[in-house]
Design a protein around this ligand. Structure first.
Ligand SMILES: CC(C)(COP(=O)(O)OP(=O)(O)OC[C@H]1O[C@@H](n2cnc3c(N)ncnc32)[C@H](O)[C@@H]1OP(=O)(O)O)[C@@H](O)C(=O)NCCC(=O)NCCS
Length: 143
């Protein structure tokens, strides 16, 4: 297993496929719904296995010069709870630090809140509701 920044069109296809499969397909959302306008100026990281299959993906962008945001964290369904999410989040945090961030914010699905708490994030308040059914909480970590 290794962490890479997707570079080739093939890498990006695997990257967005996993994002869509885990975060959009279960709610019957179409291909393309897994992307947004900040993808172009974000840092993308993914963990790939020995066969180059995507195991975990996540994105980092900046809201201001000191505040970074993590979005679209997704680990392949057969690979969850094996430490890949933590490894990827740590790599995104290291990237944020190297780019000058003082903190990271994120909107955690309530079902994933415990994961982010374990990585040192604190709840700031309620976040948005996605598809009328997925509640989020705004969380922050000082780097
Ligand atoms: C949430 C997610 C990114 C976590 O990644 P993961 O690889 O499964 O988590 P890890 O194995 O690295 O877990 C690290 C720690 O968090 C805990 N943890 C993982 N998922 C958790 C969850 N949903 N709730 C509470 N704790 C969780 C693990 O038990 C582990 O605890 P430990 O420190 O005591 O060992 C992943 O499970 C996932 O993609 N879930 C579905 C999509 C999703 O909800 N994405 C997040 C959107 S905000």
């Amino acid at each position: 297993m290794r962490i890479i920044e997707p570079a080739s069109p093939g890498d990006y296809q695997k990257y967005y496929d996993l994002r869509w499969t885990i975060l959009r397909a279960p709610w019957n959302q179409p291909r393309g719904s897994e992307r947004d306008s900040r993808d172009a100026d974000s840092t993308h990281l993914m963990i790939i296995d020995a066969r180059d299959a995507a195991v975990a993906v996540g994105r980092l962008h900046f809201n201001s010069i000191r505040e970074a945001q993590v979005r679209y964290m997704a680990v392949a369904s057969g690979q969850q709870r094996k430490g890949f999410g933590r490894r990827l989040l740590q790599a995104l945090e290291e990237k944020a630090t190297s780019l000058g961030a003082a903190c990271i914010v994120l909107d955690a699905r309530e079902t994933a809140m415990g994961f982010y708490c374990r990585q040192g994030y604190s709840v700031e308040g309620p976040g948005h509701m996605l598809y009328n059914c997925i509640s989020h909480v705004r969380m922050r970590k000082l780097l």
